[in-house]
Design a protein around this ligand. Structure first.
Ligand code: ADP
Length: 496
């Protein structure tokens, strides 16, 4: 079977990259399976995409927001029909198991319906003027062309978190999907087009970060950048964008802790730990990578955690009965392997896993065994640095106060979880955990689209997606209407 070839989407036309270069999208469960061939774009393609988006902005910004929202609503309806097909394609390009890719498409559906409602809100404020016969109000305005750079771990959900609020607000977009998972962005944007999105309103430029992402960040015609990815690249993006004062929304790493108190429902805490640590093969920015367990229950908890981790079935996410899919590529396997070695050198105890899995049917893919380290101290690199793989560290503590201190002792601040039956401690943790998200008696993963999503410290730069995304994709305009028919001077004519 010949490989399907995909082009960039520019001004409503599907165009190959100007250089003619392409790259392959490979199935991580079976590296001999090429999902598709995509354009390896560079600055010349970005120039065309930005020009098309700029042209489309002139008319898109004038489409009433409720009408823009109707397109998003129809997108949600179409995604519902296509959910199974798109989920299967996503598992093939990204690896996570089918139930999770269905969830990923579902998140885009939820986002479509949630943001569609915003089309009839986009509220501003009215406020009394200090002068007579003068009306004052604030209105949300679109920014213009926005650049969206997305990662591979939520190949449809994260693009939808960025595209939909940007669009309902009246912006036009240039999106560069992650090089490992461009197909799901294509599917999402094709659905927007089928729902009636006019040409040029969304443009796709596929390719690698330095070649296709950096020119979007630097382009003078792009008014704002929304980026999700590593802290290393996020810092680069922010510095480059700062050169021309471009607003940047960054959503980056995590080193998320689940705290388990002695009074917790142990089975529930175990279910949460396994799902949080090994769901999406540990490749979520909210993944549980540290489990803080109170000493009295540590042996029992760790014993059961290891037993259950060993029972998880690793394999091709399209097959029934598989719990954990592959890591997205060989580089991620290298990172997990490197951190397993670092942890051992630091004196952590490897209880299970710690290596790539290559036996039998797994030989053609990039699989890593669910891994548990115990005897970890808060100072070790394995307890501080993001692995982004199925690797979890258990740290033991004596008191609740110590647990909070250890949980907060890292550079990141995305998600946290506390398992306890003590309501006083639950509320104390909600107040004291330094993170953008805190769960009580639920795992660190599982954010919903209508709440703020993002983190503190080195996880982000203060912006939030989800419920607060419009704050990034709009700018405020103050409008004064004087109906007094005379010159009125604020701070002068009405002064005491
Ligand atoms: P991950 O570890 O999830 O791959 P990255 O930060 O490397 O995270 O990538 C996230 C996104 O940023 C991807 O779409 C990638 O292509 C893009 N990217 C990588 N390098 C750059 C860069 N120098 N400028 C802009 N975007 C980049």
């Amino acid at each position: 079977m010949s490989t399907k070839v995909y082009h960039n989407l520019i001004g409503g036309e599907w165009l190959p990259s100007r250089s003619g270069k392409t790259f392959q999208n490979i199935n991580p469960a079976d590296n001999s399976d090429v999902v598709g061939e995509f354009p390896a774009s560079n600055a010349a393609d970005v120039d065309l995409a930005v020009a098309a988006a700029k042209k489309a902005f002139a008319s898109w910004r004038l489409v009433p927001a409720p009408k823009r929202a109707e397109i998003l609503y129809r997108t949600g309806e179409l995604l519902k029909e296509r959910k199974e097909e798109y989920a299967r394609q996503m598992t093939r390009e990204m690896g996570k198991v089918l139930s999770e890719t269905r969830g990923d498409v579902q998140e885009a559906i939820d986002e479509a319906f949630y943001v569609a409602g915003e089309g009839r809100r986009l509220f501003g404020k009215t406020t009394p003027s200090e002068l007579q016969n003068k009306f004052a109000m604030s209105v949300r305005m679109p920014l213009g062309v926005v650049g969206l750079i997305t990662p591979w771990n939520f190949p449809m959900a994260i693009p939808s978190w960025k595209l939909f609020p940007a669009l309902v607000a009246g912006n036009t977009c240039v999106i560069k999907p992650a090089e490992d998972t461009p197909l799901s962005t294509y599917n999402l944007v094709q659905t927007l087009i089928d729902a009636g999105l006019p040409p040029g309103v969304v443009n796709i430029v596929a390719g690698f970060g330095p070649d296709a992402g950096a020119p979007i960040v630097e382009h003078p015609g792009v008014r704002a950048i929304s980026f999700t990815g590593s802290s290393e690249i996020g810092s680069l993006v922010a510095q480059r964008a700062a050169a021309n004062f471009k607003p940047v929304s960054l959503e980056m790493g995590g080193k998320n802790a689940q705290i388990v108190m002695e009074d917790a429902n142990l089975d529930l805490a175990l279910d949460g730990a396994l799902w949080g640590a090994f769901g999406t093969t540990g490749q979520r920015c909210t993944a549980t990578s540290r489990i803080l367990v109170q000493k009295g229950i540590a042996d029992k908890f760790i014993g059961q955690l290891v037993e259950r981790a060993q029972k998880l079935k690793v394999g091709n996410g399209l097959e029934a009965g598989i719990d954990v899919g592959p890591q997205v590529n060989a580089q991620q396997i290298e990172t997990s392997t490197k951190y397993a070695e670092i942890a051992l050198k630091e004196g952590a105890k490897l209880l299970t896993g710690g290596e790539a899995l290559t036996a039998g049917a797994l030989a053609n893919g990039t699989f890593f065994a669910p891994t548990v380290f115990a005897g970890v101290s808060a100072k070790m690199r394995i307890a501080r640095e993001e692995v982004f793989g199925p690797v979890v560290s258990v740290i033991e503590f004596d008191t609740f106060e110590q647990a909070i201190e250890v949980a907060n002792s890292i550079d990141y601040g995305l998600s946290t979880a506390l398992y306890t039956r003590d309501v006083n401690r639950a509320f104390t943790a909600m107040r004291d955990l330094e993170a953008g998200i805190t769960y009580i008696n639920a795992p660190t993963i599982g954010a919903e689209v209508h709440l703020p999503f993002g983190g503190v410290k080195q996880t982000g730069n203060g912006h939030r997606e989800g419920s607060e995304a419009l704050d990034f994709y709009t700018t405020w305009k103050a409008v004064y209407v004087d109906y007094s028919d005379k010159l009125q001077r604020a701070q002068i004519d009405n002064a005491e």
